[in-house]
Design a protein around this ligand. Sequence first.
Ligand SMILES: [Fe+2]
Length: 200
Amino acid sequence: MAFELPALPYPNNALEPHMSARTLDFHHGKHHQAYVTNLNNLVKDSPMASQSLEQIIKATAKDESKAGIFNNAAQVWNHTFFWNSMKPNGGGTPSGTVVERINAAFGGFDKFKEQFKQAGATQFGSGWAWLVLDGGQLKVTKTPNAVNPMAQGQTALLTCDVWEHAYYLDYQNRRPDFIQTFLDKLVNWEFVASNLSKAG
Ligand SMILES: [Fe+2]
């Protein structure tokens, strides 16, 4: 059973004007699709063809000889997680356990937003900004290229793709503006709450 590109959880114009249909067409339909195609080509006729993405990511994360498989498997997983990290009319301040945990970990919701924005803005080159659970502690992190929290024993709660292909059509070089808009208008806090409750 080959890996397949999951459908977006909303229509491709549902995040406008903050993320255009054109960006989603390229980002989901071309970039995300290419990682799926590459992964299928790399694992076909090997035992990995019947494993889950999570199994492949964990098995290849520390193996330089499998960097191509890791990069494509992790990018398939990361993008699906990113689409689910957003929703139409998202952003703003979460409620309940999520905001309580964020306030306790970062000293306030605004401080969390500053850290998240800083992480994404300062990731040199391509990569990702994350809210993760690490040993029971909420943390903001950034990772280069395809690296993700799962590869480092952490649980991902939220991510923002800061590769140029994520924002260049809509924001050109203004990555900080893209991350600010992600936080203010796009974050799906129910997805974060669900990830947090699954992680315990
Ligand atoms: Fe991307």
